[in-house]
Design a protein around this ligand. Structure first.
Ligand code: SF4
Ligand code: SF4
Length: 297
C-alpha cells in the first residue's frame, strides 16, 4: 500500500479495492449479492466551510443539523459484517471533525469491521492539538486533506471562511502524531489549477493528488473549468462506475444513488428500515437515466 501511495497518479481510493477480502475487483457475492467496494457514511450533516466548488452552501447549510444515531451507525456496520474488506469513509457532504464522536466512531468501525479500511477526508481546519492526538493515535487507516489552493490568497478564496495558516499549521502538527497513510486532494478549477506544486513543496512527504478537476455534483454547482476537464468520477456515462462500486448513506439514513446526489435526488432506500446491501442491490433504480446523471459533468 505504501508503495502504491508513492505513485504520483495514485489515490487511496483508486488502490484501496486491491486490499482485503473484497478481492481484485472489490466486489464479491455474499448470498448472491454484490458488496460495495466503498461505503460512505455521513455521521453529521455539517461542514464549517463554504467552498466555491461545493453545493453545501446552497443545500445542507439551510437544513437542520442532523447527527446519525449511534444505533443506526452500528446497524450499518453490522450489515457490512465483520468480513467486510472494503473501504469505509466516515465522510459524505460534511466535515467529519464536526462530529465530536469521531474517535469513538473510528474505533467502532474498526472493531465491528476489522478487515475494512477506515478513512476520513477532512479540510483539517478543526484538527487542533486535542483532535490531532485523538485521531492521530486512533485506528484510522488513512486520511485525506482537502486543500484547494497553494497560496493563502487562493486557498481563502476557494474555501471560505477557512484560514490558510490554521489549516497548514494543523496538518504539519498532525503529521507528528499520525503514522498512517495520508494524501492531499487538490481539486482544480480555472481559478487554482496552477498552484498544486506549491503544496508539494510545503508537504514533501505527502502525495498531492492534483489530476482531477471539480465536478458539478449532478448539476448542483457551477464549475469554471475546461470543457474537456477530467473529473474523479467519470469521463462519460459509460465509464461511470459509481453505481456498481459505492454506497453513500446520509445522517438521516438515506441510501443515495451516488455521492453526487447532494440534494438527495435519487434515494435507494433508508438504512433505518432497509438492509443497506439489499437496497443498494436494487437494480430497478440503479441506472444512469436519472436527471442527476444526465447533468453530471
Ligand atoms: S470542506 Fe468539503 S463538504 Fe465542506 S464545503 Fe468544502 S467541499 Fe464542501
Ligand atoms: S451522478 Fe450519475 S453519472 Fe454522475 S458520478 Fe454519480 S452515478 Fe455517475
Amino acid at each position: 500500500m505504501r508503495k502504491l501511495m508513492e505513485n504520483k497518479g495514485s489515490t487511496l481510493l483508486n488502490h484501496y479495492p486491491l486490499i482485503g477480502s473484497a478481492g481484485p475487483t472489490g466486489v464479491f457475492d455474499r448470498f448472491m449479492k454484490k458488496i460495495p467496494e466503498a461505503v460512505y457514511i455521513q455521521t453529521i450533516n455539517r461542514c464549517n466551510a463554504r467552498c466555491v466548488i461545493c453545493p453545501y452552501k446552497d443545500t445542507y447549510l439551510f437544513a437542520p443539523t442532523e447527527i446519525m444515531p449511534l444505533d443506526l451507525y452500528q446497524k450499518i456496520l453490522r450489515e457490512l459484517t465483520p468480513e467486510y474488506g472494503g473501504y469505509i469513509g466516515l465522510y459524505l457532504h460534511c466535515e467529519p471533525l464536526m462530529d465530536k464522536r469521531l474517535p469513538e466512531l473510528i474505533a467502532l468501525a474498526k472493531g465491528m469491521c476489522p478487515q475494512s479500511h477506515v478513512s476520513i477526508s477532512t479540510n483539517a481546519s478543526l484538527l487542533n492539538e486535542e483532535n490531532s492526538e485523538k485521531i492521530g493515535h486512533s485506528a484510522l487507516d488513512s486520511i485525506t486533506f482537502n486543500i484547494n489552493g497553494g497560496t493563502k490568497e487562493t486557498y481563502e478564496r476557494m474555501m471560505p471562511p477557512l484560514k490558510w495558516d490554521t489549516t497548514i499549521g494543523n496538518i504539519k502538527n498532525f503529521l507528528k502524531h499520525y503514522k498512517g497513510l495520508k494524501e492531499i486532494n487538490y481539486i482544480k478549477t480555472n481559478a487554482n489549477a496552477h498552484e498544486s506544486e506549491y503544496l508539494k513543496e510545503i508537504f514533501p512527504d505527502v502525495t498531492v493528488i492534483d489530476q482531477y478537476w471539480a465536478v458539478n455534483r449532478g448539476g448542483s454547482v457551477a464549475i469554471d473549468k475546461p470543457v474537456d476537464a477530467k473529473n474523479r468520477f467519470k469521463s462519460s456515462l459509460k465509464k461511470c462506475k459509481q453505481l456498481s462500486t459505492n454506497v453513500s448513506i446520509t445522517s438521516d439514513g438515506s441510501i443515495l444513488l451516488c455521492c453526487n446526489c447532494w440534494q438527495k435526488e435519487v434515494i435507494l432506500g433508508n438504512a433505518h428500515n432497509s438492509n443497506i446491501i439489499d437496497a443498494w442491490n436494487d437494480k430497478r433504480i440503479k441506472h444512469h437515466d436519472h436527471p442527476v446523471c444526465v447533468m453530471c459533468r
